[in-house]
Design a protein around this ligand. Structure first.
Ligand code: HEC
Ligand code: HEC
Ligand code: HEC
Length: 285
């Protein structure tokens, strides 16, 4: 192949890729994902959330450095400045891809201000450092917390011998809707049967909480939900359709929506970033 053809093909490929992105720009959000080397500082690769704890240290150390510079306390300032510097440089050791994001000149300046008792220069240098912290956070903080710290429900296996967690959820919502349909269509027996199946399904779901909540036991369904179930049951026998709808709505909020707000939203976000769509899917949609 001649050189010119080769270059022409390269240009065409770039134009096609650029075109795809451009024409989908209203439907696309580009997010930066953290380097894979970050994973070693989180579960399951690591027992502790080492990365996050290094961050907590940095925040505390910046506070201490600021305080002791204001108080002109040379001894304590030196001690905290050394820690700050150590943990800041550790960022680049832990994730080498991020080493270039560090402002090593600034941390050296800070250290020199501290060693030479130039207290008045420290506040400004700390502001500069803070900007450096924030510039990485703007890109990577939320996505890292979501990818590495949101609980993973996809791996829950003890819901039943053949059922996945999602299938179990689909059954629950079918029972909720079956109650609603049967109530509206004047078939209370059908509604009551579905309610007892729903109760059973919720009890099964309740057994999965301990997998993650070992110490802070979660009582699911729990007293409040059980008493709403009892009201719904009573209402399906003797109440009006309006009463039944209201009780069912209350139950859905207490037994489903609340948990979805704490658990489903992060689980969905996590999946969005960890099972990333490939280009083929992106083009198809
Ligand atoms: C190269 C990237 C990077 C730099 C530089 C950086 N951080 Fe972070 N930081 C992160 C990431 C990623 C997270 C999210 C970690 C998580 O939530 O598990 C984070 C989270 C944090 C948190 C936890 C926030 C919270 O409230 O949950 C603190 C505190 C923090 N960083 C402090 C600092 C300080 C102080 C500096 C500067 C001295 C700094 N970070 C510099 C990447 C960085
Ligand atoms: C895959 C792991 C996992 C499973 C399974 C799980 N949770 Fe959680 N849950 C967490 C994590 C992590 C948190 C946030 C930190 C914490 O409280 O430990 C949390 C927080 C919560 C909170 C808010 C904080 C609090 O303590 O009040 C509630 C309520 C809750 N879970 C209820 C439940 C219920 C009910 C179940 C079972 C139906 C359940 N969780 C199953 C991981 C899980
Ligand atoms: C642990 C707290 C928790 C409780 C309580 C809970 N859910 Fe869920 N639900 C989840 C999580 C997490 C997902 C996401 C699962 C996934 O996609 O892997 C989910 C997903 C779903 C889905 C979507 C399934 C799909 O096809 O992707 C439905 C529907 C659903 N839940 C219905 C219900 C109903 C109805 C109830 C109440 C009777 C309920 N859930 C109670 C956590 C909970």
């Amino acid at each position: 192949m001649r050189w010119t053809n080769f270059i022409l093909i390269q240009f065409l490929l770039i134009a096609v890729a650029g075109g795809i992105v451009y024409f989908h720009k209203d439907q696309l959000t580009l997010v930066k994902t953290p380097p894979a080397s970050l994973a070693q500082w989180y579960k399951p690769d690591n027992e502790r959330q080492v990365w996050l704890h290094n961050m907590f240290n940095l925040r505390r150390e910046m506070q201490a450095v600021k305080l002791y510079a204001e108080n002109k306390d040379a001894g304590r300032l030196e001690k905290w400045m050394t820690r700050l510097s150590e943990h800041y440089l550790k960022i680049g050791e832990m994730v080498p891809e991020w080493e270039k994001k560090l402002d090593k000149g600034l941390i050296a300046d800070l250290q020199s201000h501290a060693s030479n008792n130039r207290y008045q220069d420290i506040a400004q240098a700390l502001d500069g450092l803070n900007e450096n912290c924030n510039s990485c956070h703007a890109d990577y903080r939320a996505i890292t917390a979501t990818m590495y710290r949101a609980p993973d429900f996809a791996s829950i296996e003890d819901i039943g011998p053949t059922l996945t967690y999602r299938d179990h959820m689909k059954n629950l919502i079918e029972q909720v809707n079956q109650i609603k349909i049967a109530s509206g269509d004047g078939m209370p027996e059908v509604a009551l049967t579905s309610l007892s199946e729903l109760k059973e399904g919720m009890n099964t779901l309740g057994k999965t909480c301990t997998g993650c909540h070992e110490k802070d036991k979660k009582d699911y369904p729990g007293d409040a939900i059980n008493s709403t179930i009892a009201s719904l049951e009573e209402s399906l026998k003797t109440g009006t359709i309006k009463d039944q709808g209201r009780e069912l709505g209350t139950l859905a909020v207490m037994a489903c929506a609340r948990c979805h707000a704490t658990h489903r939203l992060p689980a969905d976000a996590r999946k969005l970033f960890t099972d990333r769509q490939g280009w083929q899917e992106l083009i198809k949609h």
